[in-house]
Design a protein around this ligand. Structure first.
Ligand code: B12
Ligand code: SF4
Length: 588
């Protein structure tokens, strides 16, 4: 370390709460560690915000910058066991070892997800004790939307950044008196300012080409390579050597469940095509990238430009995953053909609801169901594997609405559905509605679309929790589209993936066994059927769901469901409300 260098420690809190890490819910991905316990599995995409900040300040600062990164999601996934009583104890141990007694000048924590909220506070508190003189700041979506609460909950921060941090962070580093700069800035929020009803302002880099090539060197590609986010996509064959990229920032839409505009605004800003090509080449040739995971909020903002980028990917021989989904209305057949030609083998379709009324009035999402049908069919014809994102439990949605959506979803054939419980992201319109109407349950801050935390006049959170799981089992297993269409090899990809995510997935074993049977692979068919049976026999959980969904495995004839339940659940698409009779969870 040189005397004049600015030492920066970037920290990413874990994306899961302590509770969800040490005691993962039944519908979450989990892993077995050496200590014989199951832990929540954390998604570990590269933290582009930090890579952007680091690159920006390295280029524009007058001083030498010495950055380092601790990403606790990666650290936790790598840990072979977890002998700690709290995250706080663990954070202290890791940070102490990593810094080896040398205090950073600035500690910058990046908190993008609400489930990180308490870890954000814990990390700041631990750092304040370890390094009383360091400047401690944080940024990201959580800080941009919850700055008041954070600053009321802890005194450990010097300031929080509102929105994008490239320019404000540079301003901080360059300031002669850093604390005075934070106090005076319109973008940094300090405790003194919230007391004075201060409204922070964004300070964006308007021309994105001014942000240099992200500082990917901060991330070990090997550590991030085992990212369970990408392994979750059964249609992606090249899972190693994946790097994350952003080709634009901003999104003009107003989806009520989204908070992204609080960080990036609603105006689209784009990197130039020549710049994108340069970055992709560097990633391929210097870093060995094989797959690029495109993180844009609205990649289809300019469809011609999007096509150009897709063609560049194809020319460079890079595979691409569009993790945030692509606006379906812009996915014309020609564009999908170009994607396929460029080697895109998996698409995430942000359908969100199979009920047009919910899409339009409750989610404010500009999507028509015939478009959904057309895009799903086109992708299938072209051999692009599709994952459909669905959200249930929005304030204002009724069980009848959910049933209408459910009926539609049973008629379309994406390869896999990802069903989420609506989560009230602070900064979203939906959060404001839920808050003003008293719909939020305790613990909503930690919710990450797995736990239902909204409760309205129309439904309880238990109903939504249960419904999301039933929809998952029904759409992905009982009524699996690939099995329906005789695509057994493809169906197996989804089932095997489900088994990797949940080791005791009796239904995945059961249907995988049937696929092997149809493919004439007797030995595997028997093995999977045997495992399904072993799990089933020991598990009231699975007995309940098999029964509820009207599935009677050969080995459990005595479990044949009553006519009433089987009829209610298995009725052909178009069925109407039966949820009340099955779950009895509605408040009324
Ligand atoms: C990529 C992404 C992911 C990736 C992970 C990204 C990662 N490792 O960082 C994955 C797939 C893992 C993911 C998962 C989820 N995501 Co997500 N994700 C995004 C997305 C689309 C892009 C993030 C990104 O790379 N942005 C680009 C960089 C350049 O911007 P940035 O990270 O925000 O950083 C800038 C500023 O925030 C700021 N900043 C950031 N950190 C710091 C630190 C300091 C010190 C300073 C000064 C400034 C600063 O400066 C940066 C540079 O300008 C955002 C939406 C968005 N456009 O930001 C949603 C977003 C962050 N995700 C969101 C959500 C809800 C989720 C999930 C809960 C959804 C789900 N269930 O699947 C999960 C949560 C994770 C979990 N519990 O498992 C919400 C978060 C809202 C909230 N309050 O929680 C967002 C905002 C989208 C939305 N709809 O509102 N996500
Ligand atoms: S959910 Fe996606 S499309 Fe909708 S406003 Fe947010 S970023 Fe835009």
């Amino acid at each position: 370390m040189t005397g004049t260098a600015t030492r920066i420690l970037f920290v990413v809190p874990p994306h899961l709460t302590f509770q969800d890490f040490t005691n993962p819910p039944y519908n979450a991905r989990h892993v077995l560690k050496r200590d014989g316990k199951f832990y929540g599995n954390l998604l570990t995409d590269m933290p582009l915000g930090i890579l952007s900040l680091s690159a920006y300040v390295k280029k524009y600062s007058r001083t030498e910058i010495e950055p380092r990164l601790i990403d606790f999601s990666v650290e936790l996934n790598q840990a072979e066991d977890f002998p700690y009583k709290s995250f706080s104890e663990y954070f202290e141990c890791v940070i102490r070892n990593a810094t080896n007694g040398v205090a950073p000048d600035i500690i910058g924590i990046s908190a993008l997800f609400s489930p990180s909220y308490y870890s954000l506070l814990d990390i700041a508190n631990v750092c304040r004790v370890l390094f009383p003189r360091s400047i401690i700041v944080a940024g990201g979506s959580v800080c941009s939307t919850m700055y008041r609460q954070i600053l009321n909950d802890t005194d450990s921060f010097d300031a929080l950044c509102y929105g994008e941090g490239d320019k404000p962070f540079l301003g901080l580093i360059e300031a002669d008196d850093r604390r005075a700069y934070l106090d005076a800035s319109a973008t940094w929020v300090t405790k003194a300012k919230i007391d004075a009803a201060f409204q922070p302002a964004h300070d964006f880099v308007e021309n994105l080409d001014e942000i240099p090539f992200y500082d990917y060197g901060l991330c070990s590609a090997e550590k991030y390579g085992i990212n369970p986010a990408i392994t979750a996509y059964a249609g992606v064959s090249e899972k190693g050597n994946n790097f994350h990229v952003m080709t634009s920032l901003g999104c003009p839409f107003h989806c009520t469940f989204c908070a992204s505009h609080k960080v990036h605004g609603r105006k689209m800003r784009y990197y130039s095509i020549s710049r994108i090509k340069e970055d992709f080449l560097l990633l391929r040739d210097k870093y060995g990238a094989k797959t690029l995971v495109v993180q844009d909020d609205h990649f289809m903002g300019d469809p011609d430009r999007a096509l150009e980028i897709v063609n560049i990917l194809g020319d460079l021989g890079l595979k691409a995953v569009f993790q945030n989904g692509l606006a379906l209305y812009a996915l014309k057949r020609e564009f999908l053909e170009a994607l396929k030609k460029a080697g895109v083998e998996n698409l995430l379709l942000s359908i969100e609801s199979g009920n047009e009324n919910v899409l339009k009035k409750i989610m404010k999402k500009p999507l028509k169901l015939p478009i959904v049908q057309r895009v799903v069919d086109d992708c299938r014809e072209l051999g692009i594997y599709t994952n459909a994102n669905i959200i249930v439990g929005m304030p204002g949605e009724t069980p009848e609405d959910i049933e209408i959506g459910r009926a539609f979803l049973n008629t379309i054939s994406p390869n896999w559905f990802m069903i989420f419980c609506a989560s009230p992201l602070v900064g979203s319109e939906m959060y404001e509605v839920a808050l003003s109407k008293g719909y939020l349950k305790e613990g909503y801050i930690g919710s990450d679309y797995k736990r239902a935390v909204i409760e309205t006049e129309d439904f309880t959170s238990e109903y939504i929790q249960e419904m999301s799981y039933v929809l998952n089992l029904e759409l992905n297993f009982v009524n699996n589209s690939d099995m329906r269409l005789g695509e057994y090899e493809t169906a197996l990809k989804g089932f095997e993936n489900a088994i990797r995510a949940k080791h005791d997935h009796a239904m995945a074993y059961y249907y995988a066994g049937q696929c092997y049977e149809r493919l004439g692979r007797r030995e595997l068919a028997e093995k999977y059927a045997r495992t399904a049976r072993e799990i089933y026999e020991k598990s009231p959980f699975w007995k309940n769901y098999f029964k509820m969904l009207g599935v009677t495995p050969e080995f459990a004839a005595e479990q044949r469901p009553s006519e009433e339940i089987a009829g209610a659940i298995l009725a052909a698409p178009g069925r109407t409300s039966h949820s009340k009779s099955i779950f009895g969870y509605r408040k009324d």
